[in-house]
Design a protein around this ligand. Structure first.
Ligand SMILES: O=C(O)C[C@H]1C=CC(=O)O1
Ligand SMILES: [Mn+2]
Length: 369
């Protein structure tokens, strides 16, 4: 039986300012959900988002209030082993709130997988890989600093895929910044950009043409998430891969984008999809439609990152890799044993459930009061 659900907010500074077109992050608010069950098993999930309400429509505080006030009372007293039944109730009664639903579903699945003594991946169809390629995001805003940072990552053998956050500056300036970095790093690394919806369709036509000519491998969410027609026209026009991120808020969007030819690649995000199982459906739509997969992040800490890794390990095809570097952007670790990044890959934890343990002493110190 589910006996208690607790939501913890923890503010953790980032290792450097992280500049997106919608916000500059100096810290990240981790939103952690802990589900306690009568049989002594507990499960954890994460609902971390980016930049308060700059990026999405749920804030850390709204997730906490909505779980505490509306979602937890629905679940306490229900059978903890019946995860699908519990989530069906939440999905029937609660509109929206995809991040909150994801954290709850993750925690219930974590508990159930621990009970069964299997890694969470095995409840999601079973893993086909034990390590995932991980991109690093260069977002200091400074070209020389970004190049130095990328060279350091190559040296450490931590990342050889780099995603650049652009869209805050005029198109020509952003293009010059990206191409200078591409030129400095050479052809053995993959350089990609994320515009976070900043461009108009006309700006996108100019920007993408220049980036494609400069050897950039992937263009993420160049235009407004709501402009599905625009993305489809751009995807039709250019050979370089275009990826949907903010436009993908679950399986229904996945189906509509696939039918409209509105992307070559899907950034699958567990929270943005509304949970691990809806995210698996997003991936299934992609695979059935000939759309490539990429494992996205909301810059979560170790718990959400482990949950994402458990799901992405089940994807048969993962052509563009992942960006599960969230914990590496944070100055504090919340796990007892940090996730392992080695040889450009994140090792998918293989213990029961998420395969990671939160450090309660560190959380007590970091949590908001
Ligand atoms: O993809 C996004 O839009 C959000 C996030 C993921 C990596 C990063 O640097 O920001
Ligand atoms: Mn993105």
């Amino acid at each position: 039986m589910i006996t208690n659900i607790e939501v913890i907010l923890a503010d953790v500074p980032t290792i450097r300012p992280h500049k997106l077109s919608v916000a500059t992050m100096q810290s990240q608010t981790l939103v952690l959900v802990r589900v306690l069950c009568a049989d002594g098993v507990e499960g954890w999930g994460e609902a971390t988002t980016i930049g308060g309400l700059n990026y999405g429509e749920e804030s850390p505080e709204s997730v906490k209030v909505n779980i505490d006030t509306h979602i937890a009372p629905l679940l306490v007293g229900m059978e903890a082993r019946q995860v699908a039944k519990a989530m069906a109730k939440v999905r029937k009664v609660i509109q929206g709130n995809r991040f909150a639903k994801c954290a709850i579903e993750t925690a219930l699945l974590d508990a159930q997988a621990r009970r069964l003594g299997v890694p969470l991946s095995e409840l999601l169809g079973g893993r086909v890989r034990d390590a995932l390629p991980v991109a690093w995001t260069l977002a200091s805003g400074d070209t020389a600093r970004d190049i130095a940072e990328a060279e350091q990552m190559l040296e450490l053998r931590r990342h050889r895929i780099f995603k650049l956050k652009i869209g805050a500056r005029p198109v020509a300036e952003d293009v010059a910044h990206v191409l200078a970095i591409k030129k400095a790093l050479g052809d053995s690394v993959s350089v990609r950009v994320d515009v976070n919806q900043a461009w108009s369709e006309l700006e996108a036509m100019r920007g993408i043409a220049a980036l494609e000519a400069g050897g950039i491998d992937l263009i993420e969410q160049p235009t407004r998430a709501t402009s599905q027609g625009g993305m489809a026209r751009l995807a039709h026009r250019f050979a370089v891969a275009l990826m949907a991120d903010e436009a993908l808020q679950g399986p229904q969007d996945a189906l509509a984008i696939a039918q409209a030819g509105g992307a070559d690649v899907f950034a699958v995000k567990i929270a943005q999809s509304g949970g691990l199982l809806p995210a698996a459906q997003v991936a299934a739509v992609a695979q059935l439609s000939g759309i490539s997969l990429y494992g996205g992040t909301m810059l979560e800490g170790g718990i959400g990152t482990a949950a994402s890794a458990q799901l992405f390990s089940t994807f048969g095809e993962l052509e563009f890799g992942t960006e599960l570097f969230g914990p590496l952007l944070l100055t504090r670790e919340v796990l007892r044993e940090p996730l392992v990044y080695r040889d450009f890959m994140l090792q998918v934890p293989d213990g029961p459930g998420l395969g990671v343990e939160p450090d309660m002493d560190k959380l007590r110190e970091l949590r908001r009061r």
